[in-house]
Design a binder for this molecule. Structure first.
Ligand code: HEC
Ligand code: HEC
Length: 175
């Protein structure tokens, strides 16, 4: 028997999509390092390593004494452990959906220091972000992903969007 997998898989994919099942699958590997969650999650939510390429994490970790206007310096040993964790789990070493898209949308000679500035991420937000942040004291900046993405900690960005001051965002089963 000759089975055409494409013909079977596409309808299955579309059914899952319309019931928003795929939206609840993490798009990036959740943080599973306690030290990282503590040290890098105290001022803002602990960004998943899969949200930036390794070279970006390297640059961030080497300039912690001047970290977006704050001093986030660590002991040398901790810094090394966290750097290894970030590099090992960076966007280019992950097959998760958002990581793959982030890797694809970053030119090899670019080293973004902000996830929010990566073109795949900008593409998702630029239409509305500025208007939403204007006069909205409930969201600190576009860097505070989890202010809107209530499931961000689980690596889920396509579901559970609830924007302070605006309310729940309906993804219309769209990925
Ligand atoms: C002392 C507070 C503090 C600590 C600790 C800290 N950060 Fe930050 N971080 C900030 C601030 C402030 C910003 C800028 C937020 C803004 O622009 O609104 C920032 C921004 C970032 C951004 C850019 C986010 C974006 O896309 O705009 C990354 C990535 C980041 N931090 C990674 C880390 C990592 C990794 C660690 C742990 C080694 C860490 N941070 C620890 C204060 C901190
Ligand atoms: C002001 C609220 C807000 C903030 C802050 C925010 N987002 Fe979003 N994000 C949204 C909304 C709304 C959408 C859905 C846009 C759409 O329907 O096209 C979205 C979509 C996304 C998507 C695409 C999900 C998918 O597969 O369809 C990703 C990935 C994402 N955001 C990541 C992030 C990251 C990472 C940060 C922090 C650096 C962040 N967001 C900050 C509101 C926000």
């Amino acid at each position: 028997m000759n089975i055409n997998f494409k013909k079977i898989l596409i309808p299955i994919y579309l059914i899952l999509l319309s019931y928003n099942v795929l939206a609840e699958i993490p798009g990036v590997i959740p943080v599973d390092n306690k030290l990282y969650a503590e040290e890098c999650g105290s001022c803002h939510f602990a960004y998943q390593p899969g949200l930036m390429p390794a070279r970006s994490w390297q640059k961030i970790m080497k300039t912690l004494d001047d970290h977006f206007g704050e001093n986030a310096e660590l002991e040398t040993e901790e810094q090394q452990v966290l750097m290894d964790y970030l590099i090992y789990n960076s966007a280019e070493s992950s097959i998760y959906r958002h990581s793959v898209n982030i890797e694809r949308s970053t030119a090899w000679n670019q080293t973004p220091l902000r996830i929010a500035n990566i073109s795949y991420i900008r593409f998702q937000h630029d239409d509305f972000m500025e208007d939403m942040l204007k006069y909205n004291p409930q969201i600190k900046s576009r860097s505070y992903c989890n202010d809107c993405h209530t499931k961000a900690k689980d690596g889920i960005y396509a579901d559970g969007i609830d924007i302070p001051g605006y309310g729940k965002w309906d993804m219309h089963g769209c990925m």
